[in-house]
Write a protein that binds this ligand. Structure first.
Ligand SMILES: Nc1nc2c(c(=O)[nH]1)N[C@H]1C(S)=C(S)[C@@H](COP(=O)(O)O)O[C@H]1N2
Ligand SMILES: [Mo]
Length: 249
């Protein structure tokens, strides 16, 4: 495939291609993001009812999921994702580290929290300004684990069983990269990747893996789910994926 030309069918952003929503999107992912964009108001209401009844019990979270309802669109490449809570959520930190560890939600809550308010920017162009995220700095978890000299990158895995992401170690150590527990000053709901998602503030939102379950230090960058399908690994907002806003570059 041609890198930089993401697949239309099954891409994270099928609405941007002008092509009909493919069968794989509808069957494979429920196509919620796509449905919300391409369908008529009746179907939109159906989607809303579905989300309200089945996908997210949090009534305040619902509007945030809908197009034109807070700006967020729902994305999942997995058709169904188990729900996790304080009782059964675990985050594993392993790979090229001296001290592999498993954290519960309460372990993470007990650590120092960092809050930041920045714009969420999806690679298709939708954007949600001034969105608060709060959680544990990824660098703190890496320091606790003790990254070995041969570790240069991180692979993130998710309890949806499908999605992966990656960062270089330098990127992962940035102060604006969080293992996020809260978004919009609420505990992160299931649909937004709760109870714990990655938040990579300076990059397009596909880097912010939802339903985070694993942080593995690796020898090399292993491109993530969308990166295997043509999106940039270094996904800096404004200077990746064909957007070069910097006139000096
Ligand atoms: N596990 C997982 N994380 C994911 C995705 C996904 O499909 N699965 N989609 C990504 C994309 S393309 C975007 S734009 C954001 C969407 O987050 P939201 O559903 O909270 O709006 O999550 C990112 N993280
Ligand atoms: Mo996205």
């Amino acid at each position: 495939m041609n890198p930089g030309q993401p697949e239309a069918d099954g891409g994270p952003h099928p609405e941007s291609t002008g092509r009909p929503v493919g069968r794989r999107v509808l069957l494979g992912t429920l196509g919620l993001g796509a449905l919300g964009v391409v369908t008529a108001p009746t179907l939109q209401r159906g989607l809303e009812a579905f989300l309200g009844s089945a996908a997210d019990k949090d009534p305040t979270g619902l509007t945030g999921l809908l197009p034109n309802g807070g700006g967020f669109r729902y994305y999942s490449v997995a058709s169904s994702v188990p729900h996790k809570n304080a009782a059964n959520y675990r985050l594993r930190v392993d790979g090229l580290v001296d001290r592999p560890a498993t954290y519960t939600l309460n372990d993470l809550r007990a650590m120092p929290q960092t809050r930041m308010v920045k714009d969420v920017q999806c690679v298709t162009g939708w954007r949600v300004p001034d969105t608060p995220f709060e959680g544990v700095r990824l660098s703190q978890l890496l320091d606790a684990a003790g990254v070995r000299a041969e570790g240069t990158a991180i692979r993130f895995s998710c309890f949806d069983g499908t999605y992966t992401e990656s960062l270089t170690l330098d990127q992962a150590r940035r102060a604006d990269v969080l293992v996020a527990l809260r978004m919009q000053d609420k505990d992160i709901g299931h649909s937004h990747g709760g109870p714990v998602r990655l938040y990579v503030a300076p990059m397009y939102f596909y880097k912010s893996a939802k339903w985070l379950s694993g942080i593995t230090v690796t020898e090399d960058v292993e491109p993530g789910y969308w990166e295997d399908r043509g999106y940039d690994v270094d996904a800096w907002v404004g200077r990746s994926n064909g957007r070069d806003d910097d006139p000096t570059s």
